[in-house]
Design a protein around this ligand. Structure first.
Ligand code: ADP
Length: 505
């Protein structure tokens, strides 16, 4: 067997040192490995390690309490190692001081100092090779470890920040989700998970995300969602959705909140307000004809003998007109309650629509309350049999005509109302329209005028009395006939209301 040569020992040392360093995760591991290797060659009793910092100061990285020199004593030796960038030995009273700098790219990364008990005379050529190798190789490993630690630290900071924001988002009541351009969910907070959104809700969110990408801006929406639940109280939910574009990476955040309770509260408040207004309004509406009837009846009772016949006749007319108005109001209230309870019944018969329109026309034309409005009636046929509840259709026409008179434009010299009946030759329908050249309705009110209690408050209509129930009842009657009513109007020009009815033949 051949004797182990110096080069063999060197190579074995290098191999085992490399193995040790492979598993090093901390700088301490590197120093441990160095000491382990050095101990193969030297009788080392204690160690001390100083590391250079970025600001060029030195910090003790390994402070062996048995080490014979203080940090202060070591300063000149460190400087020497930095200047020479090579290992060296200095004799002490007993033993010697080994100084081993670790070097990376010509810079001293750390300085290892060992108190060794060997006789300096024993140092061999092979020791120099080992120390040179350690000095160079450990420098690289130490510097890499340092960089690795920096990366680790910054990713720890990032992870910490991520956790911080996640905790913050999780603490919010709003359900938050983040989506990428392929409409995949990237993040969701606890509220979103708790909400457990249905497919329908998720689809709404995805549509909103797609729209936000398209329009390149955040979008706000409110939606009513039918959960399909058996429990009617919990069936309808209101959600508010708000999307926000997130910069790089290109994603969309959606905030979603169940605002059912807020909406319900708003609705209850609105109903409460309407009810208060309605009570005040209807009391006033009822009081007006009642006061007139009372006043005229009292006058007649107190001064009956002194009234001439013509005045008495006039008073009786007024009392009758006001009684009719009172009856109309009470019927409207009754219809309103039927509308609320959905108990309106129709008596469907066949009747001549043209005849009915003529009756209304004559009543208005010859009536005392036509307020200087000219009435017109146009029909393309003298007879038009239709199917429907004759009394209810009369009520609809009367209501539309009296609205046309009520909302006449007092500034116009020529005021007119036109009732028109138009046959639809190719269909089973007849169209009835009531047109006026009155004050008209601004477009923002058009959709709402059929809602119960809705009245347009404008300088043109404020002095006109009403309950806001007429058109709601009219709409209910027409819809009960499975027909439709519509309106076209322009503020200042006039309005046209038209509805359809089924032909009888
Ligand atoms: P009311 O007349 O008792 O207020 P309606 O339900 O009949 O209640 O009408 C609702 C509102 O629609 C009215 O307050 C009025 O502002 C508007 N309106 C209805 N008909 C006309 C019309 N022909 N011209 C202008 N405004 C109208």
């Amino acid at each position: 067997m051949q004797a182990e040569t110096a080069i063999d020992r060197f190579l074995t040392t290098v191999a085992s040192f490399s193995r040790e360093l492979n598993t090093a995760r901390k700088t301490q591991d590197v120093y441990q490995a160095i000491i382990k290797v050095l101990r193969r060659f030297f009788d080392i009793s204690s160690f001390h390690v100083e590391e250079s910092q970025q600001d060029k100061t030195w910090v003790s990285a390994w402070n062996d309490p048995d080490f014979p020199l203080s940090a202060e004593d070591l300063k000149p030796f460190i400087q020497l190692a930095v200047d020479r960038r090579s290992f060296s030995f200095y004799p002490l009273e007993t033993g010697s001081l080994m100084i081993l700098p670790t070097i990376k790219s010509g810079q001293v990364v750390s300085v290892l100092m060992g108190y060794i008990l060997n006789d300096p005379e024993e140092f061999l050529q092979e020791h120099e090779s080992v120390l040179g190798f350690i000095s160079f190789f450990s420098g690289i490993v130490l510097e890499n470890l340092r960089l690795y630690q920096e990366v680790l630290d910054s990713s720890i900071v990032q992870e910490g920040l991520k956790q911080y924001f996640k905790t913050m988002l999780d603490s919010l009541d709003e359900a938050i989700s983040v989506w990428d351009e392929s409409l995949s969910l990237v993040f969701s907070n606890q509220s979103y998970i708790r909400l457990n959104p249905t497919e329908k809700v998720i689809q709404i969110v995805k549509d909103l995300v797609a729209q936000s990408y398209q329009q390149k801006k955040g979008i706000a929406q409110e939606k009513e969602i039918d959960s399909g639940s058996e429990d009617l109280q919990n069936r309808l939910h209101f959600f508010s959705f708000n999307s926000v574009l997130l910069g790089e990476p290109d994603q969309v955040l959606v905030r979603m909140e169940d605002i059912t309770n807020t909406k319900e509260l708003e609705r209850i408040k609105k109903i409460e307000q309407i009810r208060t207004e309605f009570v005040a309004n209807i009391s006033h509406e009822l009081r007006t004809p009642l006061s007139a009837i009372k006043a005229y009846a009292e006058t007649m009772r107190d001064s009956f003998s002194s009234l001439d016949e013509e005045t008495a006749q006039q008073f009786m007319h007024i009392i009758l007109d006001q009684s009719d108005h009172l009856e109309f109001l009470l019927n409207q209230l009754l219809d309103f309650s039927r509308l609320e309870n959905h108990t309106m019944q129709l008596e469907i018969t066949t009747f001549n629509l043209v005849q009915q329109a003529q009756d209304i026309y004559s009543a208005m034309h010859n009536g005392t309350q036509n307020e200087g409005v000219e009435f017109l009636l146009e029909s393309d046929t003298p007879e038009k049999p239709v199917k429907g509840d004759a009394n209810r259709i009369k009520q609809v026409m009367m209501n539309l005509v009296s609205n046309a008179v009520k909302y006449r434009d007092r500034t116009k010299e020529k005021k007119w109302v036109k009732i028109q009946i138009k046959d639809q030759p190719d269909s089973e329908k007849v169209i009835v329209s009531v047109e006026d050249n009155g004050v008209g309705i601004a477009s923002e009110h058009l959709e709402k005028i059929f809602e119960k209690f809705y009245r347009v408050n404008s300088s043109l209509t404020y002095e006109v009395e009403g309950t806001g129930l007429g058109l709601a009842i009219v709409k209910e009657i027409i819809e009960k006939h499975e027909e439709q009513i519509q309106v076209k109007s322009e503020s200042g020009k006039g309005s046209i209301f038209y509805f359809s009815l089924k032909k009888a033949i």
